[in-house]
Design a protein around this ligand. Structure first.
Ligand code: 2AM
Ligand code: CA
Length: 273
């Protein structure tokens, strides 16, 4: 980092940790049986977002902010912070301990820095462009799996597009051709899991910029790569994202492309005899 340049990743990491503590205070303040309460989730989400947005506004007043709960700020497209104050909301609501805070910084030309903090495990994934990806100060790298058949993949099903989401067709085909597909409920943590080599690839339709803004920087700094579903360029907020370890890319894009075009759609077995 040049002398005097802002240390974006250190800033994002500190703020993600602080916001994670806010989430845990809310999470622990009620018994598991009440975690389904919409109010608890909403309060946690909003408090976390307020903190993150306030910190960014104070430190980088000329930067834009796109945040899930609407606390954004438009200052043009030179620098944009993508803030997901609670990714894995449904997990949080049900007491399933896979959720995080996700804070990513992008410029017009691409991702600059990202921090994804899992407050349950106290795991901080952090990356700045050109400096590698870290989990709690330990360098992480993508896997070297190169065959789909040997790979473990992840995807998700955003709740807002439940009735129109064709992802079950992609899920079915990828599950048939690989070692397995997981659906964990946090896109940001799934991208970090590709970065650390637990998953070999990830795809999802309908994600928003704040779901992926930080995780994609962590992924690329760990040696991974990402594309649109059709293999073209992906920017946060695009309709579908494919993120890989860089070795299964062609095979995964081929498979997903076959599903998109209808060339490959093995019928999903009927439960009716
Ligand atoms: P969330 O927990 O912040 O809602 C699960 O497939 C992934 O989809 C999660 O990262 C989840 O983020 C995201 N997701 C769920 N509903 C969404 C929506 N309406 N818009 C964008 N992302 C969503
Ligand atoms: Ca999210």
């Amino acid at each position: 980092m040049p002398i005097g340049a802002p240390d974006y990743v250190a800033f994002a990491s500190d703020v993600a940790r602080e916001a994670g503590a806010v989430l845990m205070r809310h999470y622990r303040s009620v018994g598991v049986e009440y975690k389904g309460s919409f109010d608890t989730v909403t309060a946690a989400d909003r408090a976390s977002e307020r903190l993150v947005v306030d910190r960014i506004r104070a430190r980088f007043p000329a930067h834009s902010i796109v945040a899930e709960e609407g606390g954004g700020f438009d200052a043009g497209d030179e620098f944009t912070w993508y803030v997901d104050p609670l990714d894995g909301t449904t997990n949080f609501a049900h007491g399933l301990e896979r959720f995080c805070v996700s804070i990513g910084l992008w410029s017009r030309s691409g991702g600059l820095a990202g921090a994804v903090f899992d407050p349950v495990r106290d795991d901080l994934f952090a990356a700045e462009v050109g400096s590698g990806a870290y989990l709690n100060s330990r360098r992480v790298r993508v896997s070297d799996v190169s065959e789909l058949a040997n790979g473990l993949f992840a995807t998700g099903f955003p709740s807002s597009i439940r009735d129109t989401n064709p992802n079950l067709h992609y899920y079915h085909e990828v599950a048939r051709c690989t070692h397995g597909v997981r659906r964990t409920g946090s896109a940001a943590l799934d991208l970090c899991a590709v970065a650390q080599g637990h998953f070999d690839g990830f795809w999802e339709l309908g994600l928003k910029s704040w779901d992926v803004g930080a995780g994609l920087v962590v992924l690329t700094e760990a040696g991974g790569e990402f594309f649109a579903l059709d293999g073209g360029t992906y920017r946060p907020g695009g309709p579908g994202v494919v993120a890989t370890n860089g070795r299964v890319t062609a095979a995964l894009l081929d498979l997903l492309g076959d599903v998109s075009s209808g060339r490959r759609r093995t019928p999903i077995p009927s439960p009716v005899a």
